[in-house]
Each structure stands twice: as C-alpha cells, then as structure tokens.
Design a binder for this molecule. Structure first.
Ligand SMILES: Cc1cc2nc3c(=O)[nH]c(=O)nc-3n(C[C@H](O)[C@H](O)[C@H](O)COP(=O)(O)OP(=O)(O)OC[C@H]3O[C@@H](n4cnc5c(N)ncnc54)[C@H](O)[C@@H]3O)c2cc1C
Length: 446
C-alpha cells in the first residue's frame, strides 16, 4: 500500500452523506497517483476520484477506492495576456478566485458556491447563469488526464477533439483530471439588482429573458412573488459600495431566516404556504456592487436538497409553469425559493446543455422534508419537455433513460471502453448514471 493510501475510514461529503471506502488515497504527486491506480487495479478495486464532495447526490460516494486530489492543488501557470490559467485538478475555485484577483483576472462565471474543486466542477457541468456565459466546463481550453494505465494525456480541441469533448464533463469515468487549463477574463465588478415582481412577470421573463450578463429568476412557492436578479459587469475600477451591511443582510436572509423556515417546514409542513406569504412581504429589492466572485457566490450554509433540469430554452416557461402547478397540486413543504437560470449551448458531449441553450429549472428544500410527489411530477414534466437532469443533483434517471437524451452517448461509451478497458474508474453511482463499461455501449440513441 502506498504512503498516500489508508484503509477503512469514513468519507463524508459536503451534505453530510457518508460512505466507507475500502481505501482512501491522497496522492501528493502524479507518480503517487499512478501507484494508487496500479495498486487499486491489482486489488480488483474500482477507483472513484472526488473533489470536495459538493455533489448533492451519491456521485462522490464509494465503497471501493476513493482518491482525492487535495494535495494536487497547485497553480501551474498563469498567462495574463492570453487569459489562461493552468491549475492542478484539486485546486478549489475559492482559492483560485483570490489568485486570479491578484493578477487582475477573474472567472467569467461561477455558480452559487466556490467551494468545489476545478476538476469536480467541470466534471458535472457546473454552471452559473447567462445565455452568453458558458459553464466552467465550457471555458476549459485543455485538460491533462491520467488514464487507467497510468499514462498522461494532454487534451485540447486541437490535439484530440473527440476526447476533449468527452472528457470536459465526464463524471470521472474516463480518467483522473489532473490539470485544467481554463479561460479567464480581466477582473470585473458586478452590479446586481434584485427586484420583486409578480409570478406572471417572472414567467414572462423566463419565456423571453433579457439580454443581461447574468440573469436569473427566483420564484417563492405559494405566493404571487418572484425576484429577478440581474447582474451586469463593469470594469474593475468602478466604485464599490461598502458591502458589510449587505453581506450581513444576505447571510441573515439565506441562513438565519431560511433555517428558521426549515424548522417550520419540518415540524409543521402545512404552515409553509402561510409562512411563505409572510416572507413575500419582506423588502427584497436591493442593489449590490462588488468583485465578481463575491456577487456570484451566495453565502449558503444551511443543509438543503435540490433538483435541477436543463430544459430547452423554448420550453423553459412551460417547465417553470409545470413546477408551479406541481406545487399547487402536491403541496410540498417548500420554504426555499425556486431558482431558474439560463445557459447557452455547450459542446461537451455529456454536458446537460449539450447543443441546446437551456433554462435550468431548479427547486430546493430543507433536509428532512418530504417533497417526493412534487419532485416526481416536475421530473415528468421536464422530461416531457426534453430536459436533462443536472449530473450532481438527485434525479430518478438511470443510464437507459439518459442515453437517448445525449446524441453523443454511444461515442462517449466507445471512448470509455477503449481508454478504460478493465473498468478501473467507476462506482455504484457511475454504474447507475453511465452504465458499466460493457452494458450500455449499444444503447441506441433516439
Ligand atoms: C452549496 C452548493 C451550491 C452549488 N451551486 C451550483 C451552481 O450554482 N451550479 C451548478 O451547476 N452546480 C452547483 N452545485 C453543484 C456542484 O458544483 C457540483 O456538485 C460539483 O461537481 C462539485 O464539485 P466537487 O469538487 O465537490 O466534486 P465532487 O462532488 O466531489 O465530484 C463530482 C464529480 O466529479 C468527479 N471528479 C471530481 N474530481 C475529479 C477529477 N480530478 N478527475 C475526474 N473526475 C473528478 C467525481 O468523480 C464526481 O463524479 C452546488 C453545490 C453546492 C453544495
């Protein structure tokens, strides 16, 4: 056993979901990682490489060999002129934001948190919002992959277009993403304006989203209230207003108020509609200006669960309407607002936004409340509208359901079989979502 491997200890992800891998490996070099892979293969154990375990489902859980790149987190190169940064796969987005700011650079877009690793974030198609703002995976210029046989591949759209499009969002099923070269932009300031509107106005904006850099709509269940969130970018020299009071307010709203709401949702679910109507009376209009990453990231610390489907843009309004109808008919104790975002078409073969600009229809709820009937209903509606689930958020689809949604599924599986013929990379979750290396290769695309 390598120095980097320990046996039979627990691994707990961000959501406090745990597993007991047979081995946990924390390699400190590519040579150690290669040894970890060789030893796992020798034991007949499959390898799951994880980031910080921010995925809401079981993607980062395994009973076999779990590898984290927590010690492979260095910045390898920054090219300010070209707007490129090359980092090791275990680097966390939050730390990278600070490094980039030091070079007057920034990520063009981030999601609601920056706690993830760069490799973990791209591997599930993590996105922010904005019809011209590509996901993190969409910003990748090149990848370094360690394959099952321990060899390293430097992959870009020019050097190996197929592997590049397959690997940029691949759930760890093709190999270990050991380094990522990602496009970055000159540092910028974001001015975010939140405005309370009616549900009908919110729906109309989902159907015809404005041309704003980063636009999203929150719908508050059981009320006639939605909040539009419009963030525009400015050169970094724009004056920033003092943010202390706003940060406190945001943190109070998201964590203080929402955790109190969670207690109600868990103990008195039927009180949620009245509580939400009360919350809808709170002042919600605000304007905040700050460094881009501080606006993108929400200070979320409450335990919650979520789902999200990427529905073709033209069906976005219908999908959100179906979600609101499902709230009315199934009466789930949803005390958190439903987040609706926008994404351009992506090129990664397994990106949920592959080849289709999408509306990302999501809902979130407090841990421990029962929303199963609601989720079933919305999933059905989103599937009927051609939606694809977020890889990192719970959904009921398995490989046979997912294959027809992805035109490049069979080519992905063929590459997977050729790069990893013994099925070294995998887990129970990967089997469910992507099938085993042999069983799903022949599933026909629709
Ligand atoms: C509070 C919160 C907010 C979030 N906000 C958003 C959001 O706004 N938008 C959005 O799209 N998602 C969002 N997510 C989901 C999150 O971005 C994804 O779950 C992301 O994949 C987590 O990255 P991670 O580093 O924790 O990876 P993990 O969850 O540990 O792993 C995710 C997947 O990546 C693979 N992987 C990890 N590292 C590697 C590697 N080095 N090589 C190959 N494969 C690897 C794993 O095998 C696994 O399949 C949010 C999650 C949380 C908890």
């Amino acid at each position: 056993m390598t120095m980097a491997t320990r046996t039979e200890s627990d691994w707990v992800n961000w959501h406090q979901l745990g597993c007991r891998p047979s081995h946990i490996a924390e390699p400190r070099s590519l040579a150690e990682l290669r040894t970890v892979l060789r030893e796992a293969a020798g034991r007949g154990s499959r390898v799951l490489v994880v980031g910080t375990g921010h995925s809401y489902n079981d993607l980062s859980l395994t009973s076999e060999t779990l590898v984290t790149l927590k010690y492979l987190d260095r910045v390898e190169h920054i090219d300010v002129d070209q707007g490129l940064i090359r980092v090791q796969g275990g680097a966390r987005l939050a730390e990278l934001c600070t490094v980039l700011a030091g070079h007057h650079l920034a990520f063009a877009v981030l999601g609601d948190t920056a706690g993830q690793t760069i490799a973990g974030a791209i591997s599930t198609g993590t996105h922010g919002t904005g019809l011209t703002k590509h996901s993190l995976s969409g910003q990748v210029a090149a990848l370094q992959l360690m394959l099952a046989d321990g060899s390293l591949r430097e992959v870009s759209a020019e050097s190996d277009p197929d592997l590049f499009q397959a690997a940029r969002c691949s759930l760890g099923a093709l190999g270990v993403v050991t380094a990522v070269t990602i496009r970055v932009v000159p540092a910028f300031t974001l001015c975010r304006v939140d405005r309370k509107v009616s549900t009908e106005e919110g729906l109309a904006l989902v159907g015809d989203p404005p041309e704003i850099d980063h636009f999203k709509v929150w719908f508050l269940p059981y009320t006639d209230t939605a909040v539009t969130s419009s963030a525009r970018s400015f050169p970094v020299s724009s004056p920033a207003r003092p943010r202390t009071a706003q940060r406190l307010r945001e943190s109070f709203l998201i964590n203080g108020l929402m955790s109190a709401a969670g207690a109600v949702a868990r103990q008195w679910p039927r009180g949620v509609p009245a509580m939400n109507r009360g919350m809808a009376n709170l002042p919600m209009n605000s304007t905040v200006i700050d460094r881009s990453d501080r606006i993108f990231v929400l200070p979320i610390s409450i335990m919650h669960d979520t789902f999200e489907y990427a529905v073709p843009l033209e069906h976005g309004r219908a999908a959100v309407q179906a979600m609101l109808d499902a709230i009315d008919s199934t009466r789930p104790p949803l005390a958190l607002p439903c987040e609706v975002r926008f994404q351009p078409a992506e090129q990664g073969w397994l990106d949920p936004h592959y080849d289709q600009p999408s509306v990302c229809v999501g809902a979130a709820w407090h841990r421990g409340v029962d929303v199963s009937a609601f989720v079933r209903r919305v999933e059905e509606a989103c599937r009927d509208l051609g939606g694809r689930p977020h890889w990192a958020k719970p959904h009921s689809l398995a490989a046979p359901d997912l294959a027809p949604l992805y035109p490049m599924w069979n080519r992905f599986q063929a590459l997977r079989a050729s790069l990893d013929p013994t099925g070294l990379f995998g887990s129970t979750a990967i089997d469910r979502y992507l099938g085993t290396n042999t069983s799903t290769r022949e599933i026909p695309n629709s």
